[in-house]
Design a protein around this ligand. Structure first.
Ligand code: WTA
Length: 650
């Protein structure tokens, strides 16, 4: 990602929203943005309370914020049921028969779910969960394809005060097992399978493998989707179709405390296993709702489509909670963007008249490669706003997105945020912010973002530093599930009372934030976070492996590719078969997104005198083919010379 800095520095193209867009937008001038932003960071509680009031509360809060760094409580004493804001208020009001979800499966099956139907489904799901003995605070693991039932299940958990933990359908049985153990979930919601690139992902089989020797699982609720044969354990596994027959489609939403846990979502850090990021109710929903309102400028007449999977934070905040709290109509798609070909998204935008489209740079780069003739075949004139998320967007991809998809008329919101931040933090506002290709521009309302050097001073224009947030915001994580000290250490130990995001960034002379990438050992592969430590520990868990080091390398489409260096135990020999086996081994341990793109055997790894693997050197080597700095501190610099030869470097 470091080579992006160069192109950023020469980026002078500025694109302002059209007068027509600005006129209709909620914030339509920079003067208004600046005034509102200043007010919102000077008096954050006033700003956020005003926004939170637009949600459904059964009991009003007594105090907006209780802040004892790094622990925040928002809307203290307030009580709400998150699903009431997302479902009941619309189903009982003027949006009753409005489409909430327009679903398209990969094979082409279609369903439209209105808000009234969504309400009935969520109530049924809530009653089914209660019937299975799920109580408030119980954790429920959800492992689903991208079908409406994933959203029903999440909202039903929220409705009964259970804590969902969604595991991305691309993760393996081992990953499910780890998350079950860490979260202590005893109930699982899954499907027989899901469609991806014309094939079935065997979700229920993966669940079976994950819980084979786990006696604490009380129930597995299975949605019928792909209809292949699966095994069902009597007494433990139930088809949702059978359970729903016995329940009512009515359920009264009981209020929970504003700080009641809503979900745990696992994400990679620089050390150890993925951490369970905890989010709570009132503050999280306020962040999701407010950003949908201002960043996507969502209106009743919009058709919104976020192409993320509900297994990631983007799917939580910008498919389930935010858009539904806004009462918008959204498109949901199950499968791959290139099924049957790279025209699928554009065909769907044309068919449903999508007006707001939110996707990831990695997808955009894949579309560029596939060719302009795919979008050119379709009428994309319904689009009015485009969004990007997950990784820095390179200016070339940004320009293509603007011209070929947005027809040169749609503003692009490049949104920076994280699983931990819960909602968008740095972003243009589409009706006012002048955008430049590659920058997420300016902080959202209430967000006091800055870039600091090591001693905690704000850096000057165009100087690099660490991206931080200096005051609490409602949708911030409340911690790492079951690990208080890791939360403090990971985010709050660089500077007192200040949140460190783990990203490097710089600001240009106009104050725009340019995110460079992670400063820690976290990779961003196709917009997904992966810890190098996770991949390494998967590798060393294999019998043949003595040691492993994993680094990222710039990749044309994925953003970063995974490069692994492996030393074998004495009694094992290098072979193409073993190489393939090790890659698959990582796929089985984590999921196919974690399979190393390159794997090199080496007799030893470069280490410091104290025995630490020098990943920095390996990274430089894979990026440039050489090592520029001093390597005399190396125990054995022969290692580098050999690796250089192996990688075909200078
Ligand atoms: C990166 C995804 C540049 C960043 C919502 C962050 C971005 C990590 C952007 C969080 C962006 C996300 N520009 N980098 N617009 N959006 N990132 O938790 O490194 O999956 O720390 O959340 O993705 O990834 P996560």
């Amino acid at each position: 990602m470091s080579n992006n800095i160069e192109s950023h520095q020469v980026e002078n193209r500025v694109f302002k929203p059209s007068k027509e867009f600005a006129k209709k937008a909620r914030v339509s001038s920079m003067a208004e943005y600046k005034k509102l932003w200043k007010e919102s960071v000077d008096k954050p509680t006033k700003f956020w309370a005003r926004e939170a009031k637009e949600l459904c509360w059964q009991k009003k809060w007594k105090e907006v914020l209780d802040w004892k760094a790094p622990h925040a409580k928002w809307f203290v004493g307030g009580e709400l049921n998150v699903s009431e804001s997302c479902v009941d208020q619309h189903a009982k009001g003027k949006r009753r028969n409005k489409a909430a979800i327009i679903f398209e499966g990969e094979p082409g099956d279609k369903r439209v779910i209105t808000y009234a139907q969504l309400h009935r489904e969520v109530c049924k799901w809530a009653n089914v969960l209660i019937g299975q003995g799920v109580h408030p605070h119980d954790r429920v693991l959800i492992y689903m394809p991208m079908i409406p039932e994933a959203a029903f299940a999440m909202l039903a958990c929220a409705r009964i005060g259970a804590v969902h933990s969604v595991v991305f359908g691309g993760f393996s049985a081992d990953s499910i097992a780890d998350r079950l153990e860490d979260s202590g979930a005893e109930h699982i919601i899954t499907a027989d399978g899901g469609w991806r690139r014309g094939k079935i992902i065997p979700l229920k089989d993966n669940v079976d493998a994950a819980i084979k020797s786990n006696a604490s699982i009380k129930s597995v609720i299975v949605v019928k989707r792909t209809e292949q044969k699966i095994s069902m354990k009597k007494g433990r596994d139930h088809w949702f179709l059978d359970l729903e027959k016995d329940v009512s489609a009515k359920h009264e939403a009981q209020a929970f405390d504003s700080e009641h846990p809503l979900f745990i979502l696992y994400t990679s850090g620089s050390t150890g296993k993925p951490k369970g990021i905890l989010h709570t109710s009132g503050g999280y929903l306020t962040g999701a709702y407010t950003t949908c309102k201002y960043v996507f400028d969502m209106r009743d007449e919009d058709v919104y489509w976020c192409t993320a999977d509900v297994g990631w934070i983007t799917g939580h905040t910008y498919i389930v909670y935010g858009p539904l709290a806004m009462g918008v109509t959204q498109v949901m798609y199950e499968g791959a963007p290139n099924q049957p070909d790279f025209g699928r998204f554009w065909q769907m935008i044309e068919e449903y008249g999508v007006s707001i489209f939110y996707t990831a740079p990695t997808a955009i780069r894949a579309f560029i490669k596939a060719g302009d003739h795919f979008p050119e075949k379709h009428d994309l004139s319904s689009l009015r706003l485009l969004g990007s998320v997950g990784e820095p967007i390179n200016p070339e991809a940004w320009m293509w997105y603007r011209d070929k998809i947005g027809g040169g008329r749609c503003p692009i919101v490049d949104t920076w945020w994280q699983t931990e931040t819960g909602a968008i933090m740095i972003t243009p506002l589409p009706g006012c912010t002048p955008t430049k290709p590659g920058t997420a521009t300016l902080p959202f309302f209430g967000i006091d973002a800055a870039i600091l050097d090591e001693s905690g001073n704000e850096v000057g224009p165009d100087e690099g530093g660490r991206l931080v947030i200096r005051q609490p915001w409602p949708s911030m994580t409340r911690g790492i599930y079951g690990d208080k000290s890791r939360y403090k250490k990971a985010y709050w130990s660089d500077y007192k009372g200040i949140y460190t995001a783990g990203d490097g960034a710089r600001r240009d002379e106009d104050g725009n934030f340019w995110i460079v990438g992670r400063l820690d050992d976290v990779l961003n592969v196709s917009g997904h976070r992966l810890g190098t430590a996770e991949v390494e520990s998967a590798l060393v868990a294999h019998d043949a492996v003595a040691e492993a080091a994993v680094v990222g390398k710039p990749h044309e489409i994925k953003g970063q590719a995974i490069v692994a260096f492996v030393t074998l135990k004495g009694d094992h020999e290098e072979s193409p078969e073993l190489l393939g086996e090790l890659r698959n081994h990582v796929g089985n341990a984590i999921g196919s997104i974690a399979k190393p793109d390159e794997l090199h055997f080496t007799p030893s790894l470069p280490k410091t005198r104290s025995g630490k693997i020098m990943r920095r050197l390996l990274k430089e080597l894979v990026e440039t083919g050489d090592i520029s700095g001093n390597i005399t501190t190396l125990e054995d610099f022969e290692v580098i010379a050999n690796l250089k030869k192996k990688l075909g470097g200078k």
